[in-house]
Design a protein around this ligand. Sequence first.
Ligand code: ACO
Length: 429
Amino acid sequence: MTELATLRYSGKNYELPVVVGTQNEAAVDISKLRSQSGLITLDNGYGNTGSCSSSITYVDGEKGVLKYRGYLIEVLATKSTFVETAYLLIFGDLPTTSQLAEFRKLLMQHEFIHEDMRHHFDGFPPNAPPMAILSAMMNAVGCFEPVFMQADDDEYFMEPAARLMSKIRTIAAASYRKSLGKPLIYPRSKLRYVENFLHMLFSKPYEPYEADEAVVQALDKLLILHADHEQNCSTSTVRMVASSQANLYASVAAGVCALWGPLHGGANVAVIDMLSELVESGQKLDKFVERVKNRDEGVRLMGFGHRVYKNFDPRAKIIKESCHRLLDKLGIEDPLLDIAMQLEEVALKDPYFIERKLYPNVDYYSGIIMRALGIPTDMFTVIFAIGRLPGWIAHWREVHTNDSGRIDRPRQIYVGHTAREYLPIEDRG
Ligand code: ACO
């Protein structure tokens, strides 16, 4: 039997159903509250608002638990590959051998972009931010492909999902090369997903790039860790756009724009900028932490804090270990890693961070790994987007296959002027 929560307002009681998820999270269903009482709920930034029910990803922010389709992130990061994890997120189950082979074949078949799309890159100015190019080009893919999709048919949907996952790599590499004025490199079908991406990023027309296996593995793991994170800003954006029944390409292009911001995926760039400035200026770390606490010029400790994780971010733990392993393996000494560890130590002992439950998030160490992989800073958020794409596709699909879904349309409390008299311009003083 459904439990009820009672809200008392203006002398009347309102009974509201309580919805319980498979991990026993409970939520008050307020969908009928306005029609019954005239009240809406107000929750700036949606900090305590469930916008949907979803069966894709589970996060327990207090315990630091993250699961994709019921599998712990720690298990997937050690045992799975990015392509297999992507399949899991989009189709709900780990693939069989033949399903994975079919998915890989489709990824290979769709790695080229339409030759006409290559000319689009010429329209961007030199040094255009790769995230701007990526978003524009993801939308442009939709002009070259059928946008109607049978989202509820697994066999059918494998193709559009693979097409988008394959093309984002080619577009991302091309946007980077364009920003440097370098010739675009064609994909090579015999290479694995991540290897092929590195080849398109770093090969020269006369000299193919040979990726170190440690580099391939580290990047693959990084992509798994970024693959989904339930209702974060970019995924909620994708879902909101999808709720208007917009096509997959348009919805994902919007997700790329949301991810770009420095409070979201753009934080991995902001962390490197912050650490570089600390190394270059030689500023004392406790002084810097004081500036953060005093909010001097709005300065924040980038890569720290999370809306949901209030104990630790399990992805940050895995990335930190992976970062140490990779730098050891490649024999790299990065002063930014040293300063990052010292700064983490100072912050974690400080009451300001302890009281607010601020811990390193996924972006704190990911930039250092990407530097070690030879990836330039302005591509960091693009790498995040490649990783997050399977999650966006899975959420788009969940929205499109939900028969009881409605267009997303939040309400507001209006706090502006009430009625104003229109004055002709000459009387406005
Ligand atoms: N440095 C200093 N203070 C911080 C930080 C930080 N990184 N993060 C939060 N705080 C403080 C806030 O000022 C606030 O203090 P107050 O209560 O005294 O006003 C308190 O901690 C709560 O923070 P909110 O901003 O309310 O937390 P919110 O959930 O809105 O924001 C966010 C989360 C955006 C991640 C925030 O912690 C932040 O800006 N972090 C730095 C940017 C970052 O690393 N973003 C990546 C997030 S992970 C991802 O998107 C993949």
